[in-house]
Design a protein around this ligand. Structure first.
Ligand code: FE2
Length: 366
């Protein structure tokens, strides 16, 4: 019998932003995404202005309200720019939706079939943490993205930019939930969506004097979907998770990680484009060789670009985190290159938290 909860991978992540046109151009110029297609009032789509951005297998959808009374306008006012939909591509939309709802998922939109010149598309959605939903997308008989989209250049001109094609695929999507709610959502992904727990690190591993969090990683779709879930833990001062929850006004997506197989070139290019990253003290690189052993990349280059390294039993990984991508200290991106390791960089947490705390102190939020 087929698994009704089978997932093929992330389909797209949708953001709500106050100004879709400007956000799309920012993601294009700063991160090298191509603004591929659009729907909005000009195409008789009056709910929102939607921009599809792509890079290799990554699809980001940016949606902005065009009326102050719309649901998107309310959510943008509450949360700021926020990832609102982490969509899963599935082989059978209806089977997934029905099974998830039978197991206790709250429905958002019931299964719907659309037919147009691109074929047949089936979509549905269920509610997750905070105001986040999971769209369930069955697109095996569909050649477009979503109904109503037209090429971006129908109405706009593409920004002139140097190519960046180093971001390959969404590696993981991280949730921040309220104190005491992590296990609730772990249970949701386990019991309702059939995920399993990937690994667990306690706050002893990742606490500093001032910041602490608890985190569990949920994995689905045979490992193609990885969703770490964070909650704040007691610390001497305000944790970064609490700061997020306060400025985001509730739980939501903390960061999206993009996998690359050439992190050195990618980070160099992103820095040239003006992307800013969390920085660790230079001393981080003094102890790096003894902590991670031999690696293929040159230490000098990693130190120059501020790239972080962590090792576990399976191998190592290189990673780096951007500063928040808008004015609220909430959402950011991670760039990750896996060299065997399937972890998330626990060994970097201490150095990183200290870096985040330096920024929190500047914002007066410690
Ligand atoms: Fe991450």
């Amino acid at each position: 019998m087929k698994d009704p909860l089978a997932i093929e991978g992330f389909d797209y992540v949708r953001f709500y932003a106050e100004n879709g046109r400007q956000s799309a151009l920012f993601f294009a110029s700063a991160f090298g995404f191509k603004i591929e297609s659009y729907r909005g009032p000009e195409t008789k789509h009056f709910e929102s202005a939607d921009y599809l951005l792509t890079q290799n297998k990554i699809r980001l959808l940016i949606s902005a309200p065009i009326r102050s009374t719309s649901e998107i306008a309310k959510l943008v006012f509450t949360h700021g720019m926020t990832a609102s939909d982490v969509a899963f591509r599935v082989p059978d939309c209806e089977a997934f939706f029905n099974e998830a709802v039978k197991r206790g998922a709250k429905p958002d939109k019931s299964p719907q079939t659309t037919e147009d010149q691109f074929g047949t598309l089936k979509t549905a959605s269920i509610k997750a943490y905070g105001d986040v939903i999971h769209s369930i997308i069955e697109r095996s008989n569909y050649k477009g993205f979503l109904p109503g989209f037209v090429p971006y250049e129908t109405f706009f001109s593409h920004p002139k930019q140097s190519e960046l094609s180093g971001l390959k695929v969404i590696d993981h999507v991280v949730a921040n939930v309220e104190l005491g709610k992590m296990n609730h959502w772990v249970k949701f992904y386990e019991e309702v969506l059939g995920f399993s727990q990937f690994q667990h690190f306690s706050d002893n591993d990742i606490s500093t004097e001032y910041s602490a969090l608890m985190s569990k990683v949920m994995s689905g779709g045979n490992g193609k979907i990885k969703l770490p879930i964070n909650e704040p833990a007691e610390g001497k001062r305000k944790s970064q998770i609490e700061e997020y929850l306060e400025f985001h006004n509730g739980p939501g997506v903390q960061h999206l990680a993009f996998a690359t197989n050439n992190i050195i070139d990618v980070i160099r290019s992103l820095r040239e484009r003006g992307v800013t990253f969390l920085s660790v003290p230079k001393t981080y690189y003094d102890e790096l060789p003894s902590r991670v052993g031999s690696i293929k990349q040159e230490l000098k280059e990693l130190a120059e670009l501020g790239i972080l390294v962590d090792r576990d039993d399976d191998g190592y990984l290189l990673q780096l985190f951007t500063k928040p991508l808008h004015d609220r200290p909430t959402f950011f991106f991670e760039i990750i290159q896996r060299e065997g390791s399937q972890g998330f960089g626990v060994g970097n947490f201490k150095a990183l938290f200290e870096a985040i705390e330096r920024d929190q102190a500047l914002r007066g939020n410690l």
